[in-house]
Design a binder for this molecule. Structure first.
Ligand SMILES: Nc1ncnc2c1ncn2[C@@H]1O[C@H](COP(=O)(O)OP(=O)(O)O)[C@@H](O)[C@H]1O
Ligand SMILES: CC(C)(COP(=O)(O)O)[C@@H](O)C(=O)NCCC(=O)O
Ligand SMILES: [K+]
Length: 244
């Protein structure tokens, strides 16, 4: 059994896998990391590997204590991945993006793939049908947009993510929701349309904490799976074991 841990910039997501099947999912904050992992290991005493991808402030050292109990793998850009990395700065490519690209490559062979991960940031990652990772884009996620409007103005309130009632906002709150939510929908649909105009045919995987909220609002047909990163971590680790 494998325990996968995805440390994002907002929260930590985790899942226990028995081969390709996820048995249980968990979500927690960085300050609960040790206690939560200890509890998971108690509950599932067949876990042999702890596999981590972190772009947050939780580093490799945070998992040292578990090395007495099981084998720990903290993914880095030096690991073996099932794609050729054509990014101009491969060493600075986020490990979450590397794992997403690996998952897309392994789960959807021989086709162009675009992964859109809507978390703290929105990341776009394009892997072509010959398994070349080409790059993508990074933009602010929902929370960052709401907070930026509040933090960098004198008058705008801090709102929680909510559906805009109208395209044309009739109040301050409605205008903010329309700007943030419709703006993000247009951004993602716009990116997808632009990629298509390059003559590219590709599958789209939408993931991250806000994938479900967004999926029904996009005009483009997509494959939405908020657990795609955890599944990809499990698959990338199995790929590593077979190919290292
Ligand atoms: N229970 C929850 N706690 C916090 N954020 C949540 C929750 N459920 C959904 N979300 C949404 O998920 C987003 C974070 O997505 P996530 O993919 O976990 O980010 P990251 O990987 O950057 O930590 C938040 O901005 C929020 O809108
Ligand atoms: C862009 C990110 C901050 C996204 O983080 P997340 O929204 O998943 O918390 C992360 O992938 C990262 O730190 N990337 C490094 C820069 C790059 O990928 O080029
Ligand atoms: K992201």
């Amino acid at each position: 059994m494998i325990l996968t841990v995805d440390v994002g910039n907002t929260r930590i997501k985790s899942a226990v896998f028995e081969e390709d099947t996820a048995l249980e999912y968990f979500v927690f904050d960085a300050n609960e990391l040790h206690e939560k992992i200890k509890n998971i290991l108690k509950e599932y005493n067949n876990i042999t590997h702890l596999v981590v991808a972190s772009v947050g402030k939780v580093g490799k050292d945070s998992f040292l204590e578990f090395e007495q109990q099981l084998s720990v793998h903290f993914f880095s850009n030096e690991d073996i991945f099932p794609f050729e990395n054509k990014y101009g700065t491969p060493k600075t490519l986020g490990i979450d993006r590397m794992v997403l690209a690996a998952g897309a490559t392994l789960q959807f062979p021989k086709q162009n793939r675009l992964v859109v991960d809507v978390g703290t940031c929105i990341t776009y990652d394009y892997v072509d049908q010959d398994d070349n990772y080409q790059g993508g884009a990074i933009s602010p996620g929902f929370r960052l947009r709401y907070e930026a409007l509040h933090n960098y103005t004198a008058k705008l309130p801090l709102l929680q993510l909510d559906s805009p009632e109208h395209l044309i906002g009739k109040s301050t709150d409605q205008s903010i929701h329309s700007g943030v939510v419709n703006g993000l929908v247009y951004e993602i649909d716009g990116f997808i349309d632009e990629y298509r105009q390059l003559g590219l045919n590709f599958i789209i995987i939408l993931t991250g904490g806000d994938a479900d909220f967004l999926a029904k609002r996009l005009k483009n047909t997509i494959f939405a799976n908020s657990n795609f990163l955890l599944e990809s971590l499990n698959q990338t680790f199995q790929y590593k074991i077979k190919n290292d």
